[in-house]
Design a protein around this ligand. Structure first.
Ligand code: HEM
Length: 167
């Protein structure tokens, strides 16, 4: 009996951190979004078949308004540009910094090859910036995505859509 309890205890110790690192992936309007919690951060990868910009937005309140957005591209020299934005109007967005908030995003890596762009970045679960959403494990979030054909963060999208993703 003691041995069974010990094995169960070991299984609990091994499986608990694995369960915490669960990854979720969704394809939303041509943009594949993968995220997983990592301590105080959330690691996000977004990729799409474009050589232009790609974006994800978390928890919009009306269309694009209220969404905590991350928008970026990989330029012709392979440099990654990624900004922390907020949907300040129904159909437009601005950087958190321009709105008086802070930039709370760390680029991990970005690639553009075979006509596909992929960017991996890390954001805090709680940045304490009013232009970012509070992220909690075990919750399901509405996620919007968009992509465009140009390396330009103010260009209109070619594709956009909405879905949901559990964290
Ligand atoms: C300067 C850049 C952008 C402009 C000018 C813009 C403009 C617009 C406009 C005019 C619409 C309504 C027409 C349509 O459905 O296409 C729209 C819809 C939408 N946009 Fe954007 N957008 C921009 C960037 C973004 C970004 C970065 C995202 C995602 C992170 C996004 C997500 C969406 C979504 C999900 C809709 C559909 C909303 C709905 O009908 O519920 N947009 N946008």
């Amino acid at each position: 009996m003691k041995r069974v309890l010990f094995i169960l205890f070991l299984a609990f110790l091994i499986l608990t951190p694995l369960a915490a690192a669960t990854e979720s992936t969704r394809e939303i309007a041509g943009v594949t979004v993968t995220w997983k919690a990592e301590g105080e951060y959330v690691l996000i990868t977004m990729s799409a078949k474009t050589t232009g910009w790609i974006a994800v937005g978390i928890e919009p309140e009306n269309k694009m308004k209220g969404a905590d957005m991350y928008i970026g591209y990989v330029d012709d020299k392979g440099a990654v540009v990624l900004e922390d934005h907020y949907g300040h109007r129904t159909f437009s967005h601005k950087s958190d910094v321009a709105l008086g908030g802070s930039s709370d995003v760390e680029i991990i890596q970005g690639t553009e090859s075979g006509g596909e762009t992929s960017i991996t970045f890390r954001i805090p679960k709680n940045s304490r910036d009013v232009y970012d959403k509070l992220l909690e494990e075990g919750k399901e979030y509405t996620v919007i995505t968009a992509w465009g054909e140009k390396d330009n963060l103010t260009a209109r999208h070619k594709g956009r859509g909405s879905g949901s993703l559990p964290l």
